[in-house]
Ligand binder design. Structure first.
Ligand code: PRP
Ligand code: URA
Length: 206
């Protein structure tokens, strides 16, 4: 399933991020805030169990989450989504997968990975602001499935139709959440209209 957030707050914040003149501080802050807003929707179907608790007034039946959440940012740019979600889910564990996209071939290359041992039983949120060709997201999902992850959601800020189709084809079991679905990729593999190189804009490396 593909979920595209249509919410004025998210769209407004994303518009600030898209502007070429937006600096690192504001870019990061808007990303952080959107991540929190998206988490609300991404977590809508989390499993809960019935529990009996004592309030100061009465004993009552209510619900608690049953599954651990693991956040898996794709380095580097995925790191920009971690804090906003972690603020809402402070018990979440964090795994990391390091991938960079070769500028010529656009193929992803793995350079690091480290995951919590609870990943196979957890709900795993793979985080990356950009879903362009889908190569990085597919590689990250391949890697965590090989480590036993089964419940996986992909959370991105901006996606291109090409990337969405690539992930849906390779991993039809993975739900995709986007703040916006853009028009296309350009000849350099950048999302159009997009927001440029997310990693460089988050970390100020260009
Ligand atoms: C960017 C982005 C994604 C990837 C998307 O990362 O953060 O991981 O490109 O492109 P794809 O869908 O075509 O794979 P990049 O490789 O530039 O690394 P960085 O995050 O370290 O800047
Ligand atoms: N990676 C980015 O950071 N931006 C794009 O537009 C495509 C891939």
């Amino acid at each position: 399933m593909l979920f595209v957030m249509n919410h004025p707050l998210i769209t407004h914040k994303l518009t600030q991020m898209r502007k070429v003149d937006t600096g690192t501080k504001d870019f990061r802050q808007n990303l952080d805030e959107i991540a929190g807003l998206m988490a609300y929707e991404v977590c809508r179907d989390l499993p809960v169990k019935k529990v009996t608790i004592q309030t100061p007034v009465i004993e009552c039946e209510t619900y608690e989450l049953t599954k651990e959440i693991v956040l898996i940012p794709i380095l580097r740019a995925g790191l920009g989504l971690v804090n906003g979600i972690n603020n809402l889910i402070p018990t979440a564990k964090v795994g990391h997968v390091g991938l960079y996209r070769d500028e010529e071939t656009l193929m992803p290359h793995e350079y690091f990975s480290k995951f919590p041992s609870t990943m196979p039983d957890a709900i795993n949120l793979v985080l990356d602001p950009m879903l362009a060709t889908g190569g990085s997201a597919n590689a990250a999902i391949d890697i965590i499935k090989a480590k036993g992850a089964t419940a996986i959601k992909l959370v991105c800020l901006v996606g291109a139709p090409e990337g969405v189709q690539a992930v849906q084809k390779a991993h039809p079991d993975v739900d995709i959440y986007l703040a916006a679905l853009d028009e296309k990729l350009n000849e350099l593999g950048y999302i159009v209209p997009g927001l440029g190189d997310a990693g460089d804009r988050i970390f100020g490396t260009k």
